[in-house]
Ligand binder design. Sequence first.
Ligand SMILES: Cc1cc2nc3c(=O)[nH]c(=O)nc-3n(C[C@H](O)[C@H](O)[C@H](O)COP(=O)(O)OP(=O)(O)OC[C@H]3O[C@@H](n4cnc5c(N)ncnc54)[C@H](O)[C@@H]3O)c2cc1C
Length: 334
Amino acid sequence: MRILVKGTGVAGLTAAFELARSGITVEVCERNAEPSRGASWYAGGMLAPWCERESAEAAVLTLGQEALDWWDDATPGLVVRHGTLVVAPARDKVELSRFASRTAGYRWVDEGEIAALEPDLAGRFRSGLYFPGEGHLDPRLALKSLHERLCTMGVRFHMGIPLDEEPFDRVVNCTGSAAIGGISDLRGVRGEMLYLATPEVSLSRPVRLLHPRIPLYIVPREPGRFMVGATMIETEDAGAISARSMMEFLNAAYAVHPAFAEAEIIETGTGVRPAYPDNLPDVTQDGRTIFINGAHRHGFLLSPAMARQAAEVVCQTLSQKERDHETSGEWRRA
Ligand SMILES: Cc1cc2nc3c(=O)[nH]c(=O)nc-3n(C[C@H](O)[C@H](O)[C@H](O)COP(=O)(O)OP(=O)(O)OC[C@H]3O[C@@H](n4cnc5c(N)ncnc54)[C@H](O)[C@@H]3O)c2cc1C
């Protein structure tokens, strides 16, 4: 029995991992010569189910909580479990109260506690919300690590070359926004981001700055490097970052710490998040193809749950006669 996974974004690699560890023979194909440069490449890597609940359905919280352990298991040593700090400029304190009213799993922190958590932010914010159960990872390192692990598990990769799907018993399609138009109701949500480099600032955890228009955050990478994101724009346009978005990001970074004014902008990027109307991912089946898509802004948070669901669907279909009807939407009510 051979399964083909299409796409080396977070949906594809997590699915390949769950399938391979179920004992199934898996091969992975990617249309590009390099592993994923899709939305996954530009992600913040926040594993933040409680914060995300502020604007997402309950399933994001229930299914997202398993993500930290999953990534720890699949990519040992890459998950940082330092929680999330949410702050707001003094004039926007009401925004903090509003955020608190829509979330759980936090505690209020005052100026002294903020300084204890993030010494470089001492004296900059009077109050904030600290979500201790959350974590983050570097998506690029995590995908590389997962790719290498899959290779050691015997999974074959076919990069940048068209592959005949016919010999495979099942195809797991994880092609992200490339499937827009082919999967009904799937749309693109543009997310811009940039990387800053400065030795003057040190952060231990993602810092979210509440903002009336953009959910802004700074995620620390290796020492002296920071990912700043991310816009949410209803378009499939993956073109270069706009001047407006760049200004919003730089203003936000400067509001978090003035030393960011002297930082180098070392990269800008745009990813198109694949999303369904309810902004929840889904595992669907059409004949012998299983689709995992629609992760929206939660690819790293929810792919472990989606991958497990897809592996269950594959195992069920392998153990039964051919089932060619669609099975959609069941997993999220689990
Ligand atoms: C700026 C930004 C910040 C984000 N931050 C976070 C975050 O902090 N936490 C979080 O959980 N999520 C975050 N996300 C969301 C997350 O990145 C997406 O949900 C996720 O990347 C979607 O993964 P995917 O595998 O479905 O798609 P993609 O990553 O786009 O991967 C699809 C892959 O399929 C390949 N492909 C396409 N067509 C074919 C074909 N015909 N054959 C073979 N391969 C094909 C593509 O080349 C690509 O490699 C963020 C997204 C953005 C843009």
